[in-house]
Design a protein around this ligand. Structure first.
Ligand SMILES: Nc1ncnc2c1ncn2[C@@H]1O[C@H](COP(=O)(O)OP(=O)(O)OP(=O)(O)O)[C@@H](O)[C@H]1O
Ligand SMILES: [Mg+2]
Length: 233
């Protein structure tokens, strides 16, 4: 993505922000509340239109694509607040996620998700509205994986989860990384994110203030206030 700016009305939520994600890389996007992280992901995923700048994916200019078209192009987003269809069962949610792939491939992807998410396999025919927060987050991620994305973006996957489930989310990110998947992840949990990320970007008030490898940024104690928005835990 090159120099993206996205405005709400006349206010720029992100200003001339550039970031890139290489194939097989796990990249974090961190920063305090209101920094523009969700806006950035929404712009890349086609939910918001940039006022200037381009989104490039695998050499093509995909700026202005609708979210559907982005999904077909290989970019999937797990949005904030894990939006899943609560009236549909777990497996039905997954099938919806796999709507862009053929039916033979869809059933092998379902098997893959059952292996990757044993908790979901146990609740295959349960309406998603009955899932716990942690299960629902896994379902949201699994549903996105059903589209076979070549770039998977997640917005605050650990938000609102109990500590043990936060651990589970980060273990999952680690195993997706081990599978060689390409991930761009927004997290408030900056330290944990930097521990699993190859690289990360730090956004503050709509501007990129730092970038580097996970280990480099972990050593930047001067940035801790920025990472976590004022506290240094
Ligand atoms: N729909 C909207 N209309 C107007 N302003 C918005 C809208 N959504 C976000 N904003 C503003 O844009 C800025 C960036 O918001 P954004 O949600 O992208 O931040 P964020 O980094 O994801 O924050 P958080 O950590 O709270 O999720 C904020 O100042 C926010 O108030
Ligand atoms: Mg956000």
């Amino acid at each position: 993505m090159l120099g993206l700016t996205t405005k709400y009305g006349s206010i720029s939520a992100v200003r001339d922000v550039s970031l890139s994600v290489g194939e097989g890389e796990v990249v974090g996007l961190i920063g305090p509340n209101g920094a523009g992280k969700t806006t950035m992901l929404g712009t890349i995923a086609g939910l918001l239109e940039p006022t200037s700048g381009t989104v490039r994916f695998e050499g093509n200019d995909v700026s202005g694509y609708s979210p559907d078209k982005m999904l077909k192009a290989g970019l999937a987003l797990v949005p904030e607040h894990r939006r899943i269809f609560t009236d549909l069962t777990v497996v039905e949610n997954l099938k919806v996620g796999g709507i862009t792939v053929g039916s033979a491939e869809r059933s092998s992807l379902l098997d893959e998700m059952a292996d990757l998410f044993p908790v979901l396999r146990e609740k295959w025919d349960t309406p998603a509205g009955y899932l716990s927060g942690g299960e629902a987050q896994q379902l949201a991620i699994a549903r996105a994986l059903m589209s076979k994305p070549r770039l998977l973006m997640m917005d605050e996957p650990s938000l609102g989860l109990a500590p043990v489930l936060v651990d589970l989310v980060f273990e999952l990110i680690q195993s997706l990384r081990d599978q060689g998947r390409t991930l761009l992840i927004v997290e408030q949990n900056a330290t944990r994110m930097l521990q699993v990320a190859d690289r990360a970007y730090v956004l503050r008030s709509g501007e990129m203030v730092a970038e580097g490898s996970g280990t480099e940024l972990l050593e930047r104690s001067d940035l801790f206030d920025t990472f976590v928005g004022g506290t240094s835990s």
